[in-house]
Design a protein around this ligand. Structure first.
Ligand code: ATP
Ligand code: MG
Length: 761
């Protein structure tokens, strides 16, 4: 116990020792918030609170893993559920799948899969999208889901064509997901939050089970996460949240800063602990961070001090171009490592957008600087990997139509998209999955005997693979490689690319084996295909990052949250990059960009360098780069300004770069005009209100949903597309209530009522 409290300052100790009732730890970066969470878990355990009553939620797998390890170290042998919100949602959803109309073996679609599904839905609805890309529509749906607005509650805003399209597409999209027994990322939270909201019994039960809930980085919670946490903290309001409003950087993903700003109102009697000592950074780094963030209007000022030694001034460097920047950074690292002052792993390089890493990668590779790039999703995103995983998905969830589409002709087996289209028509008309439609191939209109035979072979392949569906991941992946024909397909090719793909696929086998082995070590973990798939679906950017190897870390500012490094280089602090050009016209977004810069700066322990270049190759163009307005907000006293570019190119003396510039418009100061036009975001076709109104009038899809209980067997019902039909059967309850309806012209169809546009006729 004393050991637990040692190494904590009085405020931290107060938070750690708090047991019952809501707790808010509001503090700046490096003040020990995350440390307090782990110690508090260990403290609760030491008081005899059973491990299963404690739930700790974070945003990334890496943060969760680290927290789990730290708790394990403080309280050996105790297994507390430390998870990301999404994983927690996924686990709960397996348990309560039927309540929301899913099978327990549901598939999680990533952004690409979700977009594909959306495209199909838009095509089948045949509504005019007026130039709105699937991405725009998907983003709008995602936003609604993050705000916990379900398809049945979504109301179009008049005069807003996008919202009118969404009102039509969203219910159909949701229904298509349910028909495939699939969810998108947002659903993981949406389904659970709504379930907890709607089902009081369940809410009570889970509130009691998870008596002590802890959340790190609360400032990044969205509405769905808020509701989830709220629901778990009514009878046992022992929610402990840590956060820093100045580090809220996920507004674009629906994070709501109000969640933390209003915590005190939401949880009356909350104990608020403020931590004011920073243990991470030098005074100079802190001062730069503080001065910058003070320019945000929407914030509560905080005081933060440090007793850390002075260290070096923060450097601000101007380079001629991106290459020069990358090379100089590399050389500074080489020099420090050679002289024995630093290890490679002491360094981190941050940038605002992934595209900026390319130059750094190239230069580092050339100079043989060991580095790791944090971009975890990539492996599972490769086409050949997605293909193999799609087989696994189909084995795990035969209703997964997208997985069927991906696999049916890959590797090529003579089944064209026309055939798939015919199968899809048949599936839609009969309310069955594509795989079931494929089983009926000989009866499907327009499918020739020969093609039906080919489809039959594919079905037989899926049935063969089915034997592996319940087993370990490695066997399942291995079976896919053997039986699907990929190994032969790629192995027989003499193209370099194909051999590469084969190597990647084999790497997936290794990945699956490692997963099985890791699971075997954990007591109650399941080593099966489903668990493996879940892991591949829920990878984060930072997953592949290994802090035990001696390599430089390259990552985006977003990925850097919560981490710390002795030396940080923040590149391309330039107008249009940081702050991002998206934020140009929006003060709220500009503040979020400033917070992002703040997060980057406060990762640094001992040394920090900010840099910008005069020219930058970005998005396929060479542009004149303008220093970020943020640089002008920095304090002069604690910084050292350097440049490698000739002064006359810069247009002003280096020490003019920082400090208060008053109201001088940047054009005057810089006397630079962009050499090439700065790429403006490509506008989508201008939608017209007239067509949107027509859309709403025609489909009636936007009409409010009818309660699932309003339907009776034998009742006449109306569907906006299929016309009037009759209810044949009803099954399930609540959100899971389904109906089979027969339409005179379209035959029998099945619906999940809560998500269908059906209405009593
Ligand atoms: P962020 O807002 O960036 O997530 P944080 O508030 O979560 O920061 P931590 O990561 O918990 O901060 O702590 C920052 C560093 O300070 C860590 O290396 C941690 O071990 C150290 N630290 C925290 N509290 C103390 C303490 N009382 N004594 C010594 N070191 C401490
Ligand atoms: Mg932290």
């Amino acid at each position: 116990m004393t050991q637990l409290l040692e190494g904590l300052n009085p405020a931290q100790r107060e938070a750690v020792e708090h047991v019952d009732g809501p707790l808010l730890i509001l503090a700046g970066p490096g003040s020990g918030k995350t440390r307090v969470v782990t110690h508090r878990i260990a403290h609760l355990l030491s008081l005899g609170v059973p491990a299963w009553q404690i739930l700790a939620l974070t945003f990334t797998n890496k943060a969760a893993a680290e927290m789990r390890q730290r708790v394990e170290r403080l309280a050996p042998g105790q297994r507390v559920w430390v998870s990301t919100f999404h994983r927690f949602g996924a686990k709960m959803l397996r348990q309560y799948a039927d309540r929301v109309g899913l099978d327990p073996n549901y598939t999680i679609y990533d952004a690409g899969d979700a977009r594909q599904t959306l495209k199909r839905v838009v095509e089948s609805l045949k509504i005019p999208v007026m130039g709105y890309t699937p991405d725009r529509i998907a983003a709008a749906i995602s936003k609604a889901k993050n705000r916990l607005i379900g398809p049945e509650e979504y109301k179009p805003r008049s005069g807003n064509p996008l919202s009118e399209i969404v009102a039509a597409v969203y219910p159909a999209y949701q229904q298509r997901l349910l028909a495939s027994s699939a969810v998108d990322f947002d659903d993981l939270l949406l389904h659970i939050a709504r379930l907890l909201h709607d089902d009081t019994e369940l809410r009570k039960q889970l509130d009691e089970r998870f008596r002590y809930v802890m959340v790190d980085e609360y400032q990044d919670t969205n509405r769905a996460q808020y509701v989830l946490l709220r629901a778990l903290s009514v009878d046992y309001p022992n929610l402990a949240a840590t956060g820093d409003p100045d580090q809220s950087i996920y507004g674009w993903r629906g994070a709501d800063l109000n969640n933390i700003l209003e915590f005190e109102q939401d949880y009356p009697g909350v104990k608020v602990v403020r931590l004011e000592q920073n243990y991470r950074s030098t005074p100079a780094i802190l001062s730069v961070a503080d001065t910058l963030i003070a320019h945000n209007k929407r914030r509560k000022p905080k005081s933060l001090f440090t007793e850390n030694p002075d260290g070096l001034p923060v450097r601000l460097v101007t380079y001629a171009d991106g290459d020069d920047e990358a090379r100089s950074v590399a050389m500074a690292m080489e020099e420090a490592v050679k002289s024995g002052r630093r290890r490679w792993s002491d360094f981190a390089v941050f940038y605002r957008v992934n595209a900026l890493s390319r130059t750094v990668e190239r230069v580092f590779r050339k100079r043989q600087i060991p580095f790791q790039m944090v971009r975890g999703q990539e492996f599972y995103q490769r086409r050949e990997i997605k293909d193999v995983l799609a087989y696994c998905q189909l084995m795990n969830n035969p209703k997964d139509d997208l997985a069927f589409e991906r696999t049916v002709n890959s590797p090529p087996r003579g089944i064209g998209s026309k055939t798939v289209g015919r199968l899809a028509d048949y599936a839609y008309r009969h309310g069955v999955s594509l795989l079931d439609a494929a089983r009926d191939a000989p009866q499907v209109e327009g499918v020739t005997k020969r093609t039906a035979m080919l489809v039959g072979k594919f079905v037989a392949l899926v049935d063969t693979l089915d034997a592996y569906a319940a087993g370990p991941a490695e066997e399942a992946v291995g079976a896919v490689l053997e039986h699907s024909g990929y190994r032969k397909h790629y192995g027989d090719s003499d193209s370099e690319e194909d051999l590469n793909r084969l190597a990647n696929i084999e790497e997936l086998l290794t990945d699956a084996r490692q997963f099985d082995e890791a699971m075997a070590e954990e007591e109650d973990a399941e080593a099966n295909l489903e668990a493996y798939l879940e892991r591949t679906w829920l990878v984060n950017e930072t997953d592949g990052w290994d802090d035990d190897t001696d390599k430089v870390t390259l990552m985006t500012l977003h990925a850097a949250k919560g981490l710390e490094f002795p030396v940080v280089f923040l590149l391309a602090v330039e107008d249009g990059i940081l702050p991002h050009e998206r934020s140009a016209a929006d003060p709220t977004q500009l503040e979020e960009e400033r917070r992002l810069a703040f997060v980057g700066i406060t990762r640094a322990e001992q040394e920090l360098q900010l840099s910008h270049a005069l020219r930058r190759d970005y998005r396929g163009q060479r542009r004149i780069a303008i220093p970020s307005s943020f640089l002008m907000e920095l304090p002069t006293g604690v910084m050292e300004v350097a440049q490698t570019a000739p002064t006359d190119e810069l247009g002003l003396a280096p020490d003019e770069l920082i400090g208060d510039w008053g109201d001088a418009p940047s054009e005057e100061v810089y006397r630079h005009e962009p050499a090439e036009p700065v790429a403006a975001p490509t506008p989508t076709a201008t939608p017209t209100v007239g067509t949107a109104a027509a859309l709403l009038g025609s489909g009636g899809l936007a009409a409010p949903r009818v309660s699932p209980d309003a339907f009776k067997v034998g009742m006449a019902v109306e569907h906006p597309e299929l016309g009037v039909g009759k209810v044949l059967t009803l099954s399930g309850n609540g959100k899971g209530r389904r109906a089979a309806v027969v339409f005179p012209e379209h035959g029998e169809k099945r619906f999940v009522l809560a998500f269908s546009p059906l209405r009593p006729a």
